[in-house]
Design a protein around this ligand. Structure first.
Ligand SMILES: [Zn+2]
Length: 264
């Protein structure tokens, strides 16, 4: 199996973390930590991004960006339906994900999981079929409620070189189905678990796991090689405790990080 990210690194990060036996569903983070002066956000522009489809197991595919920090995504195929992990940064990228699914199956994309409330993970939602159920922890929906795509996009302007035209046409489509900490689905002989483990990079980082393939999409909670973790919410201690809960919960063998794998 292709090891996209060395799990021992994750384990090393958390072996000394406190509170490994803490239950899930910790209190919501109280503060957001502003980046220091001079901070340069990661370059996330979707312009020119091509997602490479990499088969990790039967019916389990990573979609890896061909630029160093633009978002990765993925999809899982069961006997009855397909589940997509994240919709990327705009309609064009969302359509690229749908096209990648269609190269391997014509089964319906019945579920689309959003892993956080940032535009680069959710702005492609609106191009998915009307009968695709978008699933997210209620924390994500609450973070976005009342906002427009343009407002969310403006907050992310620095990540796209202030080229707001990349958001042209984007409509903010929120989840149809929300959960508190855990959600699971059987796609037909293929179970997928989705779970919130606590404060990490953001206040709503969500991990998607396929137990029979031991593959996890960690989104912004665990980045890939060459990137720097960013504890935007809750502090480093909370972040490490969250990683400890993740490591103690699932025997992950392969991580598809939300950013930081060069798919070329
Ligand atoms: Zn991200």
């Amino acid at each position: 199996m292709t090891l996209l990210f060395a799990v021992p690194i994750l384990l090393a990060l958390v072996t000394s973390a406190e509170g490994q036996a803490q239950p899930p569903s910790p209190p919501a983070p109280q503060r957001q930590i502003a980046p220091p002066p001079g901070f340069l956000p990661p370059p996330l522009s979707p312009t020119g991004v091509v997602l490479e489809s990499r088969r990790l197991a039967e019916g389990v595919y990573a979609l890896l960006s061909n630029t160093p920090f633009a978002d990765n995504a993925g999809f899982v195929v069961g006997a009855d339906a397909v589940l997509v992990v994240d919709s990327h940064f705009n309609g064009e990228m969302g359509r690229q994900i749908i096209a990648a699914v269609r190269t391997v199956t014509d089964k319906p994309i019945r579920y689309l999981v959003n892993t956080n409330a940032f535009g680069d993970h959710i702005f492609g939602n609106y191009v998915f079929p009307k009968d695709t159920r978008i699933v997210a922890t209620r924390r994500i929906v609450e973070a976005l409620r009342g906002l427009t795509a343009q407002e969310v996009g403006r907050r992310m302007a620095a990540t796209v070189g202030n080229d707001l035209t990349v958001f042209d046409g984007v409509e903010l489509r929120l989840a149809d189905e929300t959960f508190e900490d855990e959600w699971s689905i059987d796609l037909g002989g293929r179970v997928v678990h989705v779970r919130y483990f606590g404060a990490g990079m953001s206040a709503n980082d969500t991990v998607v796991y396929v137990p029979d393939a031991r593959v996890a999409w960690t989104a912004n909670l665990v980045f890939g090689a060459g990137t720097i973790p960013w504890a935007q919410v809750g502090g480093v201690a909370a972040y490490r405790a969250t990683l400890a809960r993740l490591a103690a919960t699932w025997p992950i063998e392969t991580i598809v990080p939300g950013h930081g794998i060069d798919g070329r």
